[in-house]
Write a protein that binds this ligand. Structure first.
Ligand code: ADP
Ligand code: MG
Length: 240
């Protein structure tokens, strides 16, 4: 649905570390209802791009706009309140809070207390975490950690969900179920999704558009089918 309104606009974003241009002039737009995948070989700049969007890193150059608001360099802690939710490549389990407490705490960052607590209760059930409500964050299984992290990202009712390798470390059999859950919630709640993923079955099964990064630059962009057939993309993946 490339007809939707722009939710996220990234313009000419750049960030170097020492002499390495991790992200080197990337522009992209995510529209309402869209599911955009960013793929590329290791070191292509995917995580840095996400860190720039999500306020973990400041860009050397360029702009990030969310729902028409300039969020360039806005710290991560403030972004949930303006409509950005994110999951992590390696979610760190919270050790002292229970699953329910963590979800309530996250929701209260963006929503009034009663609404936040209702949102947390809804997410506990919807993400199949009800039985773990009183369980501390430590000692959860990998798939549970991923679902809790998704719940934390959705706690503030985001308009854009950013996911960095959402199924990394999960059993193959659990991956489709997690992505189906994300897809169902995106449809119900109307948030757009921007994600990276190495599992191509997940990329091609979930994305409706794909951007290919290589050495910090966007090498190709298009439908999953078009990108898969692109000779430059094949060369960058196969090293040909
Ligand atoms: P990807 O997620 O696509 O694997 P990254 O964004 O993690 O790529 O890395 C892109 C490049 O930037 C790599 O060369 C990486 O070594 C470098 N890089 C990323 N973060 C840092 C950092 N904090 N300090 C130094 N170099 C970094
Ligand atoms: Mg990465």
């Amino acid at each position: 649905s490339s007809q939707g309104e722009p939710v996220l606009v990234v313009s000419d974003l750049a960030r170097s570390f020492g002499g390495v241009a991790a992200v080197d002039g990337v522009s992209l737009t995510v529209r309402a209802g869209e599911r955009l995948a960013v793929i590329g070989p290791n070191g292509a700049g995917k995580s840095t791009l996400f860190a720039l969007i999500a306020g973990q890193e400041r860009p050397d150059q360029g702009r990030v706009t969310l729902l028409g608001r300039d969020i360039t360099g806005v710290p991560a802690s403030r972004l949930a309140r303006v409509g950005l939710g994110r999951t992590f490549q390696s979610p760190r389990p919270f050790l002292t809070l229970t699953v329910a407490e963590a979800l309530r705490t996250a929701a209260r960052l963006s929503l009034p207390r009663r609404e936040a607590d209702a949102r947390a209760a809804f997410l506990l059930e919807r993400l199949g975490l009800g039985a773990l409500a009183s369980h501390p964050g430590g000692g959860l299984a990998q798939g549970e950690v991923r679902r809790v992290d998704l719940g934390l990202a959705l706690a503030g009712r985001p308009r854009l969900l950013l996911m960095d390798e959402p199924v990394a470390g999960m059993a193959l059999g659990e991956r489709a179920a997690l992505m189906d859950l994300v897809g169902a919630l995106a449809h119900e709640e109307g948030f757009a999704v921007l994600f990276t993923e190495h599992d191509m079955a997940v990329v091609f099964g979930f994305a409706d558009r794909v951007v290919v990064l290589d050495r910090g630059r966007a090498l190709a962009e298009g439908s999953p089918e078009a990108v898969r057939e692109n000779p430059a993309v094949r060369a960058c993946y196969l090293g040909a």
